[in-house]
Design a protein around this ligand. Structure first.
Ligand SMILES: [Zn+2]
Length: 423
C-alpha cells in the first residue's frame, strides 16, 4: 500500500489476483460488463457527481456547514512519472502515485492513477471505483470540517463515509451484492497487514477494521462515522499481537474447536479429515456435479487442503474448516447435498468470530490468536468461494453481511450468534 505523510492517500493496489485466489472463479456480474466499455473518465466523473450530491445533503446535517465541493478530479498515469501532479505544492516520490488516488488539500483536487483504476475496474467491478472516489472525497470533507484526528481514525472514517455513500441510491448503477462484495475486496487490497497496529501513525486500518468501518457507514449512515476521527471502534480484546500465534496446524485447530464447542453442550463433530491422494473422492458422495473442496458427511468434516489453501495464509484452510465445524456444532443435520441457508452461514461466521476472539483472550489448547488471525479470516472470507463448500449456491450471503456476522461474534461471543437472530 502507498502511504505518505503529506497526503491522504488510499491504495487501490491491484493485488487482487495475489490476495484473492478465487477471483478468477467468480462469475462477472452483469453490471460489471455493462460498465466495462464505458470510458474510465466518464465513470469517474459520474461517481464524483454522485458523491458530491451525497455530501451536499449530508454536510449540513453532519457538520452544520455547506459543502465546498471538489470541482476537479485529474487523472495521471502511474507508469509515467511526468504525468504526476503536484500535490500540496510538491511532487512526491513515485511510489506514492502508483495504484493510488489522492486528495490534495492545497489544490482541493482529487488525483488518480488511471492505469490503476482500469486494473481495479477489471478486477473488482465498477463500484470499486466509486468506493475509492468516495473515500478520497471524504478526506476533502474532513479538511473542510477541520478534522484533526490521527491518520488511522481519519482513514477509517473515510471508509465509513464511503460505506454511507455506497448505501445511497445516488450512484447510478446497480448495488447488487456481487458488486458490493467486489468493491470490498478492493478495499481489502488497501488494508494494512494484520500485524500493523493502532499506533501506526500512518496506518490505514487492518482488513477487519476497514471492512467494519465501511459496514458501519453502509448500515447506519454517515452519522455513525462522526466519532471515528478521534475514537475509531477498534477491537481492544484483539489489539495485541501475541506470540506464538496459531501455527496453522489443522489438528490443533480441530482440538481447540472441540474444546470451544464442548462448553456449549453442542453436537460434537465426529472427525475432521483431510481428503488426500488416498481419499480423492472424500466429498464425492454428496452428489455434486463437481466435487467440493469441503463437505460434511456423517458428522465428519472433510476438506481438501490443497484446493482450499490460498493466499489468505493459514486461515484460507482454517476458516472453512472452522465454519464447517461450527455448522455441525450448531446441530444442523447432515447436509449432504447442501450446507445451510444464509442464516446458518451467518451464524457459523459469527461463531468463527467468537472462537477467534476467545482464543485471543486465552489460548484454547494449542491455539492462540491475535489480530493477524482475525485479518486472515476476513481475507479468507473474501477469497473463499462458497462453491467449494457446496454445490448449491442458493442462499449465498454477501461478504459485507458475513464480516458483520464475524464482528458480532468477536464482540459479543457465541451468545450473540443465535441462528434465529442471524437470518
Ligand atoms: Zn485515505
Amino acid at each position: 500500500m502507498r502511504r505518505s505523510p503529506t497526503r491522504r492517500a488510499c491504495s487501490v493496489a491491484v493485488l487482487a489476483a495475489v490476495l484473492l485466489g478465487s477471483c478468477g472463479r467468480t462469475d462477472p456480474h452483469p453490471s460489471v460488463q455493462r460498465h466495462a466499455d464505458a470510458p474510465l473518465s466518464a465513470v469517474v466523473r459520474q461517481d464524483m457527481r454522485s458523491v458530491a450530491a451525497f455530501w451536499r445533503r449530508k454536510m449540513p446535517v453532519l457538520y452544520g456547514d455547506d459543502l465546498d465541493p471538489v470541482e476537479r478530479i485529474v487523472a495521471y498515469r502511474g507508469s509515467t512519472p511526468r504525468t504526476f501532479p503536484r500535490c500540496n505544492g510538491v511532487l512526491a516520490d513515485a511510489s506514492s502515485y502508483v495504484d493510488n488516488a489522492i486528495y490534495c488539500r492545497l489544490e482541493h483536487v482529487i488525483a488518480y492513477d488511471a492505469e490503476g483504476f482500469e486494473r481495479m475496474r477489471a478486477d473488482h467491478g465498477p463500484l470499486a471505483i466509486g468506493v475509492v472516489v468516495a473515500h478520497e472525497y471524504a478526506h476533502a470533507v474532513q479538511a473542510q470540517a477541520g478534522e484533526r484526528g490521527a491518520t488511522l481514525g481519519l482513514e477509517l472514517q473515510a471508509d465509513c463515509f464511503s460505506g454511507a455513500w455506497a448505501a445511497t441510491g445516488t450512484a447510478a448503477r446497480s448495488k447488487a451484492p456481487a458488486d458490493l462484495d467486489a468493491a470490498l475486496r478492493s478495499l481489502l487490497d488497501g488494508a494494512d497487514a494484520g500485524g500493523s497496529l493502532v499506533d501506526d501513525p500512518e496506518g490505514h486500518g487492518s482488513s477487519f477494521d476497514r471492512v467494519a468501518a465501511f459496514s458501519d457507514g453502509f448500515h447506519a449512515g454517515g452519522s455513525a462515522c462522526l466519532t471515528y476521527d478521534t475514537d475509531p471502534p477498534l477491537l481492544a480484546p484483539i489489539a495485541s499481537v501475541g506470540t506464538p500465534r496459531w501455527d496453522g496446524s489443522i489438528d490443533s485447530l480441530t482440538d481447540a474447536l472441540g474444546t470451544f464447542w464442548s462448553t456449549q453442550g453442542s453436537r460434537s463433530v465426529a472427525a475432521v479429515t483431510a481428503v488426500d491422494d488416498e481419499h480423492p473422492d472424500g466429498c464425492g458422495s454428496i452428489g455434486a456435479s463437481t466435487v467440493p473442496a469441503l463437505c460434511i458427511v456423517g458428522g465428519v468434516v472433510r476438506y481438501d487442503d490443497a484446493r482450499l489453501r490460498g493466499a489468505a495464509g493459514r486461515w484460507s484452510v482454517g476458516y472453512p474448516v472452522a465454519a464447517a465445524y461450527g455448522q455441525v456444532a450448531l446441530a444442523q443435520p447432515d447436509t449432504g447435498s447442501k450446507i445451510g441457508a444464509s442464516r446458518i452461514a451467518l451464524a457459523t461466521d459469527c461463531a468463527v468470530g467468537a472462537f477467534v476472539a476467545a482464543a485471543a483472550s486465552d489460548p484454547i489448547g494449542e491455539v492462540r490468536t491475535d489480530r493477524r488471525d482475525l485479518d486472515e479470516v476476513v481475507q479468507a472470507m473474501a477469497g473463499f468461494d462458497p462453491a467449494d463448500l457446496r454445490p448449491n449456491r442458493d442462499g449465498d450471503v454477501s461478504l459485507l453481511d458475513r464480516v458483520e456476522a464475524l464482528r458480532v461474534g468477536v464482540r459479543g461471543g457465541l451468545d450473540d450468534c443465535a441462528i434465529t437472530g442471524a437470518g
